[in-house]
Design a binder for this molecule. Structure first.
Ligand code: ADP
Ligand code: MG
Length: 698
């Protein structure tokens, strides 16, 4: 009997209520369509299997065939056991281990018959092990879905496995599904299908699970990647087209006295060429009549704050309020103090709103704000609370945008009508391909020039044996009047454990840098905002020489006198984090250093990260390398974007395709902005509200 693709997954044979519940909870699979869209992450080529002797530490996922012996069970608690059995194939042995669900596994493990075993091998005390592998009789593995030379392998979770939903069980479901399901309708216009020689949508969906040949698998992959990237682009670009056509924005018509006076009398240093260019770009948006949505990318230390301030003065000159939202209280407070001193004597009311303020103080600021007596408001997430009401919000600047979620930004956007102009600033450069898929054609400005006199930070990789020399070097820096940072990673989830780790580090540092000659500040997430602020302040004023911290100081912190950044366990940080941390030094004149400490053997990806850091200080190159090494899902701050939950396309590997699609979509929309002649595409737009939201506010 045929099953419609819209049907509830419950109606598929082999899925009862309890499995349906697990599929929904673990993978969000509710309908037959959802299951069809759950693509295998790899295939087992039935003809190519590994021998145990061929395993290496880089083997990600292995399919082995062999016989079992030496079944052992060690009790690990009431009703719990650790079950092990050895698999041998004549070239070696692998120990298979189960900790859970052993009740169901144990009866399967028979001697003297051939088994197929699939899983991730790992080396444990010189011996290969696989924990919780999938295992089945070789005879039955060969028996089902004989029509395809490939066996699909699906990602599963522990909870799925415990409920009998292993990759093999999913394969049985998809096998019966592709046999029964009514074909899904085509979702791309015929002209696009012809132009790119795509196979039909439904054929691709079937073939991605059970390809008849390598060639068909390639065609299916291409088709599904294509449609994934196509609809991503369509969402982004459609939103942008609409915004350009319809959005109304405050018109800031003149440059007034606040901007002019500040520029003539208060500017602490001449702007760099890039800073001037960006201010001009923003200015032209602000008077265009359309609402501005601009992304400002500028490497750490490139002087984004000053640009933000100038733009905010333009808003104030035109009778509006402006606000700046920063991701941490430390950063917001720092911006507040630097704005106060920069704007001294200009006659503007600048206020700070952060969670750590006393309730009465918060209330006072909110009242001033609502009365229109605050010109510039600086703060953290506290700004987006519902009870924060502006009188006339005209410009929102979001600093270090990668730290904020989509929803948070949307809330700021809704605080005024017409919506305020938005400038988002980031020092985590987004590689071009990523920017293209995230923002469609979002207006983008780049500060590609550092203020004059900056020397590049020298980056060195050190290990434990270098520590005495390093400490000696730090001592000399401090004696010369400089300051240094030590940053420790978050080793464990628990804040308590992190703290202990940090305190151990502090003790080690203080034993070498004894008080009273050397003074130390410490900042971490568990401190109260007030304590954080005062520790930061002591360091900033030069009262302490050493700042020991977790990554709370990662973004934005500006202490130009600090010249050395020591990053402990540097291999535990991602590239963009390392780059951000390094950006805390090299802010004044003079030479600065970044020391990457590691201990013990490094994995090859850690080695690559460290090498990249030592060889370049260009944020864009680092962002590209990060994308290459980790894939877009891990690029900092982009996880929650939703846009990167790609099922099959890869923003790294499919860049040329993405580029073609970007152009294609632009052509389609330029010719027909409301998609009147493409009902399929118009229908898609109707169904994808959430993406539109993202583009609107970025
Ligand atoms: P980021 O882009 O990382 O936010 P900041 O705005 O914190 O950088 O600026 C980094 C440092 O450079 C600050 O100490 C700032 O005062 C200084 N700075 C900014 N613009 C200039 C300039 N045009 N010339 C010299 N120094 C500048
Ligand atoms: Mg900054």
């Amino acid at each position: 009997m045929a099953v419609s693709s819209n049907s509830d997954i419950l109606y598929l044979k082999g899925v009862g209520p309890s499995r349906a519940k697990v599929l929904a909870a673990e993978l969000g699979i509710r309908s037959v369509h959802d299951l069809l869209m759950y693509y295998p992450f790899r295939y087992i080529d039935r003809s190519a299997r590994l021998s145990i002797a061929d395993l290496s530490p880089d083997t990600g996922y292995a399919v082995l065939t062999g016989t079992l012996q030496n079944l052992q069970s060690v009790p690990t608690g009431p009703h719990r056991e650790r079950l092990t059995v050895e698999l041998s194939d004549g070239t070696g042995t692998v120990r298979l281990v189960w900790f859970a669900g052993t009740r169901w596994i144990r009866p399967k493990l028979k001697p003297n018959v051939s088994f197929v075993v699939m899983g991730k091998p790992s080396l444990f005390n010189g011996h290969w092990e696989m924990s919780h592998p999938e295992i089945e009789l070789a005879s039955s593995a060969a028996a089902d879905v004989p029509q395809s030379p490939f066996l699909p392998v699906y990602n599963t979770t522990d909870r799925m496995k415990q409920n009998g939903l292993s990759s093999r069980a999913l394969a049985r479901l998809t096998a019966s599904l592709v046999a029964q399901v009514e074909p899904e309708p085509e979702n791309l216009p015929q002209s696009v299908i012809d132009r790119f020689q795509l196979i039909p949508h439904h054929q691709a969906l079937v073939a991605i699970h059970y390809p008849q040949s390598e060639q068909q698998l390639d065609q299916a992959r291409f088709r599904l990647k294509f449609e994934e990237l196509f609809f991503l682009q369509l969402d982004c670009q459609y939103a942008r087209f609409r915004r350009q056509l319809h959005s109304q924005g405050h018109v800031f018509s003149h440059v007034g006295s606040f901007f002019n006076r500040f520029y003539r009398e208060k500017l602490p240093f001449p702007l760099t060429g890039a800073q001037k260019r960006v201010v001009r770009e923003v200015w032209s948006d602000l008077r265009s009549g359309h609402q501005m949505n601009r992304l400002l990318q500028g490497d750490v230390g490139s002087g984004k704050t000053l640009v933000a301030l100038l733009c905010m003065l333009l808003a104030v000159d035109n009778g509006c309020q402006a606000c700046l939202m920063a991701p941490t209280e430390i950063l917001a407070t720092q911006h507040y103090h630097s704005f106060l001193s920069l704007l001294d004597g200009i006659g503007l009311n600048v206020q700070l709103l952060v969670g750590g303020l006393k309730p009465s103080e918060k209330k006072r600021v909110k009242q001033l704000l609502a009365d229109g007596r605050v010109d510039i408001l600086i703060g953290t997430h506290a700004l987006i609370e519902d009870d924060v009401a502006f009188r006339s919000l005209g410009l929102v600047v979001i600093d270090e945008q990668h730290r904020f979620g989509v929803e948070q930004r949307a809330r700021l956007w809704r605080k005024a009508s017409p919506p305020p102009h938005v400038l988002v600033m980031t020092a985590t450069p987004i590689p071009r391909t990523l920017a293209m898929s995230l923002y469609g054609d979002l207006d983008c400005s780049v500060i590609d020039e550092l203020p004059p006199g900056r020397q590049p930070v020298r980056t060195l990789h050190c290990t434990e044996p270098d520590r005495p020399r390093l400490f000696h070097f730090l001592k000399r820096q401090i004696i010369q009047g400089r300051q240094v940072y030590f940053v420790f990673p978050l080793i464990h989830e628990s804040p308590k454990v992190n703290l202990r780790h940090l305190e151990a580090g502090l003790e080690m540092i203080q034993s070498y840098f004894p008080r009273p000659q050397f003074q130390t500040s410490m900042v971490h997430g568990a401190l109260s905002p007030a304590d954080k602020a005062s520790e930061m302040e002591r360091f900033k004023q030069g009262k302490t020489h050493i700042m020991v911290a977790t990554t709370v100081i990662e973004v934005g912190v500006d202490v130009p006198n600090a010249t050395v950044m020591v990053i402990e366990n540097a291999d535990r940080f991602g590239l963009s984090q390392l780059h951000q941390l390094r950006g805390r030094v090299g802010r004044g004149g003079g030479q600065s250093w970044c020391i990457l400490m590691t201990d013990g053997q490094l994995s090859s990806s850690s080695q690559q990260r460290i090498q990249t850091m030592c060889s370049t200080s260009d944020g864009f190159r680092i962002a590209e390398a990060d994308l290459q090494l980790r894939g877009p899902g891990d690029v900092q701050g982009l996880q929650q974007s939703g846009v990167l939950d790609l099922r099959i396309a890869s923003i790294v590997d499919d860049e040329p395709l993405l580029h073609d699609i970007c152009l294609l979509v632009r052509q389609i929309l330029s010719a027909d902005p409301s998609l009147q002649s493409s009902p399929l595409l118009a229908q898609h737009i109707l169904q994808s509200k959430h993406r539109l939201l993202w583009s609107n506010i970025s």
